[in-house]
Ligand binder design. Structure first.
Ligand code: NAD
Length: 263
């Protein structure tokens, strides 16, 4: 299927590896011109080179920390100068630290709010004026299955992503008439370094081997499989495509059936 996004400019943040990279790879495979970032400029540049070599697309990488306001505005300026104004924005950042109410210090709430919620708001603020002018845009926020089914020991993630979901839904109604769709993409369990870290954390807390923790996680997923970043990237590319123009304000799960609710 031709998604009709050949030549569109896409910005995917936090994308040197994991789910962000899966999205960048798929958008590059569709011949978008892609900008990515991560905190480590060298890692982002290296990932950009690899994606460009694999797809033949133009891909550029920059260093930017999504928890820092100045880095976000600096990134947007660099992207504008190198590729132009993004038509497609995929917002992503590393997940906030795990913890329960009892273990979470007060100052961590503000940090999670900046990293997980405000980074997306700032990126969207910086990119929507040009999308409105072009009367075309795709905003896709990577959130989590936790917005439908909060996850134990991930208090900060559960809290900040729920707030972001409220923002996105409201925004979708305000931008729809300008040809801009706004959706969230909700990972379930995908094999990335974030999941490896959470498995390590749970294995230490519960005194189980990481392999046993993985088996338990897999048993909770009806497809009996852990997803990978490519599964996720394919869904992001579809939402970015011309066929998805009438899909907005949605939270789409990519989870192998793990979410057990009806809606
Ligand atoms: P990952 O650790 O594999 O990759 C994270 C990427 O973000 C890396 O490229 C890293 O360099 C970059 N990064 C981290 N912090 C950053 C920051 N402050 N600024 C800029 N770049 C930063 O993680 P992942 O599994 O791809 O997860 C991506 C997001 O999705 C996270 O917020 C995570 O909590 C969430 N999530 C992941 C899963 C999953 O199954 N993997 C499930 C639910 C939610």
């Amino acid at each position: 299927m031709d998604l009709g996004i050949n030549g569109k400019i896409a910005l995917v943040t936090a994308a040197s590896r994991g789910l962000g990279r899966g999205c960048a790879e798929r958008l590059a495979a569709e011949q978008c011109r892609v900008a990515i970032c991560s905190r480590d400029a060298a890692a982002a540049e290296q990932a950009a080179k690899e994606i460009a070599a694999a797809t033949g697309a133009e891909v550029v990488g920059f260093g930017a920390d999504m928890s820092r306001t100045g880095d976000i505005s600096g990134l947007l300026e660099q992207v504008r100068q190198s590729l132009g104004d993004p038509d497609i924005l995929v917002t992503n950042a590393g997940g906030p630290p795990p913890g329960t109410y009892a273990s979470t210090e007060l100052d961590l709430y503000e940090k999670a709010f900046q990293l997980t919620l405000m980074s997306a708001v700032r990126l969207i603020h910086g990119t929507t004026p040009a999308m409105i002018e072009k009367r075309w845009g795709r905003i896709i926020a990577i959130t989590s299955i936790s917005v439908k089914q909060p996850i134990g020991n991930l208090l900060l993630s559960n809290m900040a992503r729920a707030g972001l979901t409220g923002f996105l839904k409201t925004l979708s109604t305000e931008l729809a008439a300008s040809g801009i769709t706004v959706n969230a993409l909700l990972p379930g369990t995908h094999r990335t370094s974030r999941i490896d870290q959470l498995v390590q954390d749970r294995s230490a807390r519960e005194g189980k081997s990481p392999d046993d923790v993985y088996q338990e996680m897999m048993a909770e997923i009806p497809s009996r499989a852990i997803g990978d970043p490519a599964d996720f990237g394919a869904a992001a590319a579809f939402l970015a495509g011309k066929q998805a123009r009438y899909i907005t304000g949605q939270s789409l799960l990519v989870d192998g059936g793990r979410y057990s609710g009806l809606l």
